[in-house]
Design a binder for this molecule. Sequence first.
Ligand SMILES: [Zn+2]
Length: 320
Amino acid sequence: MCPVQCGCGFVVLTALICLLVSGADSQERAYRTAGGSLLCPLVEDFYSYKRSTSYGPSRWGEISECCQGQRQSPRDLASSSGSLCGGGQHHMFSYNSSRALPGKLYNNGHDPTISFHGSNTAYLFNAPHTNGAYILDNIHIHFCTNAKGSEHAIDGQFYQGEIHLVHYKASYGTLAKAVQQEDGLVVVGIMLQSRAGYAGDMNQELVKIIQRMGNLEGTGKEYQLPVQLNVARIFPKSTNFYTYEGSMTSPPCSESVRWIIFREPVNVSSAEMDILRRLPNEDRSSTVQSCNDRPLQTGHTRVETNFACSSVTNMAAEEI
Ligand SMILES: [Zn+2]
């Protein structure tokens, strides 16, 4: 996930100064909870997904100490790692709204993103192992110029892309405050699939949104487009999911995320993938968006599966 609307447009000199000054500062502010999670504040430093650069994923630990933690994401999710439903538990999560939400669509240089604000957003309830309501802050997409664009893998399989719905706990007030809490964020992930010759169902809500992204003329918030999105319509038909305790997948990599990853992907055509791949990248050096997927992380975590039960994303209204 990349919930941080970072300084992607910083020139390199500014980035170097920021890295030297606030990099050290953010390391001092890293905090480990009694439960073992490493928490860090949001950073404004430049970072890159390019493996070969000095700002690439292998150097993110110099931007934020959390990027070297033990509960880092993304992960390869193994379907054999147990079933919550087999243990008698049953998770159902829901939103308080089934209407189309007005948002602002833009390209922050890393991810095409839709941001939501104030009363024009939805509240998520009953996410596994959480209490209280979570506010939908933004939706963004990870992808790559090749076929491996998802951040998470399922039984070793990657997909062409991965959509992240980023929520923060309402009682913390802001995304920035929630990032520094162990139960601060819930991110729902949906795998994006595009297969040559596939003639089955396309996710029309996503097709509509991605085609709108093709009208973005540049990077940064000065190139925003209004958009309407119905969250329920971008979910796959099967709502079976994996869940685990992990981190943001971009700096500051704070270990404040309850992940919910749908097992079933959604489909878009190769035309939509091509639109994503033509978006300008983070340093504007190319008209082609570079890959924005963090490599898989290792370390201790317990991935739970929810296969055996009929978990549903119930969009019925709920009091907040
Ligand atoms: Zn993301």
